[in-house]
Design a protein around this ligand. Structure first.
Ligand SMILES: Nc1ncnc2c1ncn2[C@@H]1O[C@H](COP(=O)(O)OP(=O)(O)O)[C@@H](O)[C@H]1O
Ligand SMILES: [Mg+2]
Length: 161
């Protein structure tokens, strides 16, 4: 898989950058942090997110409010339009593919998200051992119900510093 940074970049978070690819799918590609210790943490976070997606696939309610999960992928190259090679900024073996979800993502901990909605979603994920949703982002519907959730993991990995 090759990525064109200039054309495909959608958004980024703390750990990863998200790029659009064909068929209405996106890749979440983890960044390469500066230190070896951080790199280990990023790998754990990546694995924990993938495990979380795998864990919920038997649940129709959770599947309906999370992107479709298409598994992990190895990224070969990240180039921009000027052919600058940005590949070394990323952990090319830490990437997964999911469906592109259109909408306004807000942090699940934002005051705009009703507490009871947070609690409802938390319980759903907990059934499958997905314990870390505090950093997730969500799309709300017109009744302020959560209709989409991204960025969840089996557990939280603390920074070493
Ligand atoms: N499936 C998706 N569809 C559309 N946009 C997405 C999707 N996944 C992530 N994004 C966008 O990318 C941003 C960063 O993704 P996120 O998983 O939160 O990364 P991080 O773990 O680095 O915080 C999100 O805030 C959102 O805007
Ligand atoms: Mg995030």
């Amino acid at each position: 898989m090759n990525i064109n940074f200039s054309n495909d970049f959608i958004d980024e978070g703390f750990f990863g950058s998200v790029f659009c690819i064909k068929n209405n799918r996106v890749i979440k590609l983890f960044k390469l942090p500066e230190t070896k210790k951080d790199e280990e943490r990023y790998e754990k976070v990546f694995t924990s997110e993938v495990e979380a997606y795998e864990a919920i696939q038997s649940d129709s309610e959770l599947k309906a409010i999370t992107p479709k999960f298409f598994g992990t992928v190895k990224v070969c190259n990240v180039l921009d339009n000027e052919k600058n090679d940005l590949t070394s900024k990323y952990k090319t073996n830490c990437a997964y593919i999911m469906s592109y979800e259109k909408g306004n993502f807000i942090k699940i901990k934002s005051p705009l998200v009703p507490k009871e909605e947070f609690n409802r979603i938390k319980k759903l994920f907990e059934k499958y051992g997905v314990e870390y949703i505090d950093d997730a982002s969500v799309i709300l519907d017109e009744n302020r119900k959560i209709k989409m959730v991204i960025d969840f993991a089996m557990k939280y990995y603390e920074a070493w510093y």
